[in-house]
Design a protein around this ligand. Structure first.
Ligand code: AMP
Length: 397
């Protein structure tokens, strides 16, 4: 079965066509600048050269049409016609409390996703536009919504309720939801597989460390806590997001700098994190290079980042009353050899021993702890598109 995986943003659309039988990526690509001048589609068919198509994309429906044309093109296409696209899996950021798992899309589901727009105003409306555009162009192809929040819906109340008046939960559903759920689900299952065990026998901590980052506690296959909250702003220090801070800081800065709450929100999301702290970059490679050149602020920033991850690992080892495996994933988690080693330095009390030679690997599935280590450390590249394709295939069969 060929599954088209769609990840739609407000002005972009990423896609992959995956054969769910072989799990091979037949083609992938990206539409950029949808609705703005200079729209471009970059299409990469497996085993063929990348093509760049510069043509106006006034809206997402036009973009989806171009993607289908590229996939079925005589020269750089990978299937003969639309009939060979058997289902579409859509990444949807927020499923609120309504969706604890992936679901086949119908009008009722669309309405329920729309009701979650308030909780993710930047993401859910764009995801809905992507779904509607695909339905317009492929009305007979079954579609599935896969939610970033769904995997975390197993958290108990004690983990998802904030220390706020309960009425805000009752009125507005303000609580911890967590994000990157598809990745935490995929990586925890894969970590168990690499260890030759089943996930329902293990206590696993997943550190998804990318430009955005989150840590989760997966106890016998179920998420029991995660670092992101109502929005993806809470938790560890990230590329441009502050992570958890004293909430009173917002009012303090707003008063001193005469900022509105929207401006403050933008600073917390876009100008904070390692970018704001280091004054260098949001890219960990640049900060590492600056630290190596003797930039002490860059050095402190990296230390603060590693420390913030280590603190969540400690918290989640406590939450699960132990931990069997800790898996690192996403851009930084998969590639930053030094970062994993620095985080592991904080974990000696757990009986954890990293193996410097095994850890010297980028983007490869493997155990990176010694045979004697009481807790297994792993590097596990995430693959959210494959996870979406698998869930889509299982629901439309
Ligand atoms: P992601 O959001 O998962 O795509 O991750 C993006 C982040 O991965 C970027 O901020 C990079 O700093 C980081 N990254 C990628 N490769 C490396 C590397 N070799 N060393 C350190 N960080 C890396």
């Amino acid at each position: 079965m060929n599954i088209l995986v769609i990840n739609c943003g407000s002005s972009s659309l990423k896609y992959q066509l995956i054969d769910s039988g072989t799990e091979e990526v037949l083609a992938k690509g990206l539409c950029e600048r949808i609705g703005i001048d200079g729209s471009v589609l970059t299409h990469t068919p497996a085993g063929k050269d990348k093509v760049k198509i510069e043509t106006p994309m006034p809206n997402h429906t036009v973009a989806v049409k171009l993607v289908i044309d590229a996939l079925t093109d005589a020269e750089h296409g990978v299937v003969k016609s639309l009939d060979e696209i058997n289902a579409v899996g859509h990444r949807v950021v927020h499923g609120g409390e309504k969706f604890a798992s992936s679901v086949v899309i119908n009008d009722e589901v669309l309405g329920a996703i729309e009701e979650c727009n308030d909780l993710a105003p930047l993401h859910n409306p764009a995801n809905l536009i992507g779904i509607n555009s695909c339905r317009e162009i492929m009305p007979d192809v079954p579609m599935v919504a896969v939610f970033d929040t769904a995997f975390h819906q197993t958290m108990p109340e004690k983990a998802y309720l904030y220390g706020l008046p309960y009425e805000y939960y009752e009125k507005y559903k303000i609580r911890r939801y967590g994000f990157h759920g598809t990745s935490h689900d995929y990586v925890s299952a894969r970590a168990a597989e690499i260890l030759g065990k089943t996930r329902d026998t293990l206590k696993i901590i997943v550190c998804h460390l990318g430009n955005g980052g989150s840590v989760s506690a997966v106890d016998h296959g179920k998420c029991v806590d995660t670092s992101m909250g109502l929005t993806p702003l809470e938790g560890i220090i990230m590329g441009t997001r502050s992570g958890s801070i004293d909430p009173a800081i917002c009012d303090f800065i707003c008063q001193k700098e005469h900022l509105t709450s929207a401006e403050m929100n933008s600073i917390l999301n876009k100008k904070s994190g390692v970018l704001g702290m280091s004054k260098v970059s949001s890219d960990f490679r640049d900060i590492e290079a600056a630290a190596n050149d003797g930039n002490t602020l860059a050095e402190v920033t990296l230390d603060a980042f590693y420390y913030s991850v280590a603190k969540y690992i400690g918290a989640y080892a406590a939450a699960m009353n132990g931990v069997d495996a800790i898996a690192f994933t996403a851009g930084v988690g998969e590639n930053n050899v030094l970062g994993r080693a620095e985080i592991a330095k904080y974990l000696g009390y757990l009986g954890t021993e990293i193996d410097a030679e095994k850890n010297n690997v980028r983007g490869e599935d493997r155990v990176i702890s010694t045979d004697e280590s009481k807790v297994a450390l792993l590097c596990v590249p995430t693959n959210e598109e494959l996870a979406i394709a698998r869930q889509t295939a299982s629901l439309v069969k």
